[in-house]
Design a binder for this molecule. Sequence first.
Ligand code: 13P
Ligand code: 13P
Ligand code: MG
Ligand code: MG
Ligand code: MG
Ligand code: MG
Length: 376
Amino acid sequence: ERITLSVIKADIGGYVGHSSVHPRLLETAERCLAASKLLIDYRVTHVGDDINLIMTHKYGVDCPEIHHLAWNVFLQCTEVARELKLYGAGQDLLSDAFSGNVKGMGPGVAEMEFEERKSEPVIVFAADKTEPGAWNFPLYKMFADPFNTIGLVIDPKMHQGFRFEVYDLIKNERVEFSLPEEMYDLLVFIGAPGRYCIKAVYSKSTGEIAAVSSTQRLNLMAGRYVGKDDPVCIVRCQSGLPAVGEALEPFANPHLVAGWMRGSHIGPLMPVGLNQATPTRFDGPPRVVAMGFQLSGGRLVGPQDLFADVAFDKARQTANEIANYLRSLGPFEPHRLPLEDMEYTTMPEVMTKLKGRFVKIDRTERKKIAAELGAK
Ligand code: 13P
Ligand code: 13P
Ligand code: MG
Ligand code: MG
Ligand code: MG
Ligand code: MG
């Protein structure tokens, strides 16, 4: 039985600031999805200020009706967000008119279609205050690092390795790598997660899709690339794929991601339970939740709140320590992102204001300038 699992997310307005989603938005989304005849099952959850619509159906990926449904849910939520004057109401709905696919219109999408196995454990990861490249490190660990996923060594169905599909967000190109043979080549690219993002992972023994992320092409607007957003990712688990515990293990060592305050800082990605998914310290640190489901004829049995486990307490503590240290750097890189990666910048205005005060450096004049400035 072929099932499609679609996760479509958007920030429809923050409560308070960018920290969370107001319960009335979640209720509105619930009500809209409950009224739809298209879905087998659905769940509405959130991480920080981002609403996740987790939906199962039979219509395949990129289905206009499913995307339209999600778009309409977000429109309804926007009305409530406007009424409550939530922060940035409707911020992720970039276009007024829906054109058949929500990609490139603001919402993030991760979808996969597959034959439901005898038992089908899946994990939906969702993160806030970061960007799609945040999945590069954990997806690499899950599907390519034998010290993380011992199944790569001891499971005959994993031993051949996996194919990784990577997007170049700037040139809008895709490329595939076959691992383990091309591990070093892959790492050249995905080590730069601001530009090269893992879109999907496929099993080499079965050819089946194993993971997919909400990575999508960027749009060039006013000379800047925009469209990176708080990402989601679906990972299928067990029997020839990483065990649930192997899929979660990369998050025990919080890696550094871009995002956090004003989308312009580096911070540790903290794994949390659903009731701790409210980033407030300096609008962060960035959070990730993991929702486990067993699928049964497309029904979503779950979620199991996988990072609520006390075994991730230490990761949270480590993330807090890293956060403290990075915060102490204030507006200095590498806590603040490089100029070209910040979502906010005053550089052009400051440059205009100081125009004329930048003068060519002429070494022969050093003595004269020093004397002049010294005399001031
Ligand atoms: P159980 O023996 O609990 O089924 O676990 C098997 C397994 O593969 C755990 O990763
Ligand atoms: P979001 O991308 O989660 O809306 O956060 C933006 C921001 O500016 C946080 O400080
Ligand atoms: Mg927001
Ligand atoms: Mg967000
Ligand atoms: Mg956002
Ligand atoms: Mg963001």
